[in-house]
Design a protein around this ligand. Structure first.
Ligand SMILES: Cc1cc2nc3c(=O)[nH]c(=O)nc-3n(C[C@H](O)[C@H](O)[C@H](O)COP(=O)(O)OP(=O)(O)OC[C@H]3O[C@@H](n4cnc5c(N)ncnc54)[C@H](O)[C@@H]3O)c2cc1C
Length: 283
């Protein structure tokens, strides 16, 4: 459980990070260290240099001004406790409040979480359902990627060498009903299955729905079938049953099980947790 020897530098700016990570093929960004350091100890990752970004002020802070802007270095605990996040996207505050334990929530950052793209992570599922945008600074300048396009596969994102996630932007969902629920692994608290919903309501009728599933699949993905089943309904039992069946069907090619929680179990649980997410959202 000892990592390979590495150099350590503290970055002075985002440009400095880009230069150092672009120059050194084996340099890696260090944020909260809660995914990278375990990977290094297991020798799954062997960077020659760590670029510590944890004190860069440009990557910190949460603000709400028409849209919600969350700096990449915001910790899960800060996001869960933020009144702005609770107002603009309650599901994200809820998801971050369910990440790991106190230590993980106090050190782990949103930027690190989504860059790592662990399929069992919680925030990616909410970001996909919420229609979030990931803002990135790289050697070729700044660019923005939708959360749906950002998560490409297992531990794989749209990030290129030298890219730094600067912030995550989320539309104002204060008028919508949102929720994230998960079946948590009993030891790590990572998601075995996680479902996020964003429901626009007109009285008791659901006028639009966005549904995303994570944990059960290699990357957080939307379920268009569940969204269609919920839209136009009063979210009654028939609609929920149809949506549950649709989500199971939509993830059937992508579902990813293991010896403890096989494919068929996770697929079934996606339907169960979809219903729970809708019920949690509408209270
Ligand atoms: C015991 C335990 C339980 C956990 N449980 C959960 C859980 O239930 N749910 C959950 O979602 N997560 C869980 N996590 C993971 C946790 O959320 C971490 O916060 C997260 O995965 C990584 O964030 P970090 O800031 O520690 O990133 P780091 O470990 O520092 O970095 C992770 C990766 O992201 C890159 N990176 C970091 N910041 C940036 C940036 N701004 N731009 C580009 N690349 C960047 C790094 O180079 C590295 O490759 C758990 C972790 C542990 C150790």
């Amino acid at each position: 459980m000892w990592p390979k020897e590495f150099d350590y530098v503290r970055a002075s700016s985002v440009d400095d990070v880009i230069q150092q990570t672009t120059n050194g093929m084996d340099a890696k960004i260090l944020a909260g260290g809660h995914s990278l350091l375990p990977a290094m100890k297991l020798r799954l990752s062997e960077p020659g240099k760590l670029i510590d970004i944890s004190r860069l002020p440009d990557l910190k802070g949460i603000s709400a001004n028409g849209t919600l802007s969350i700096g990449a270095l915001s910790t899960h605990a800060e996001i869960a406790a933020s009144a702005d996040v609770q107002q603009y996207c309650a599901a994200l505050a809820g998801a971050c409040g369910q990440v790991g334990d106190h230590q993980v929530r106090n050190f782990g950052t949103l930027g690190g979480n989504i860059a790592h793209a662990d399929p069992a992570s919680d925030p990616p599922t909410v970001l996909v359902a919420a229609g979030a945008t990931i803002h990135i600074q790289g050697a070729d300048g700044a660019r923005s990627v939708s959360a749906e396009d950002f998560f490409v596969d297992l531990f794989t994102t749209d990030l290129q060498m030298g890219d730094v996630i600067t912030r995550v932007e989320i539309p104002n969902l204060s008028g919508a009903k949102t929720a994230y629920v998960k079946m948590a692994h009993p030891a790590s608290r990572y998601a075995i299955v996680g479902v996020a919903v964003v429901l626009q309501m007109n009285g008791s009728t659901c006028t639009s729905a966005r549904v995303a599933v994570g944990g059960a699949t290699a990357r957080a993905m939307r379920s268009s079938g569940a969204e269609s089943a919920l839209t136009g309904s009063s979210l009654d039992d028939a609609a929920l049953n149809a949506a549950a069946a649709a989500v199971q069907s939509d993830i059937s090619e992508a579902v990813m099980g293991d010896v403890n929680y096989p494919d068929s179990y996770r697929q079934a649980m996606a339907g169960v947790y979809l219903k729970r997410a809708v019920k949690a959202a509408i209270g």
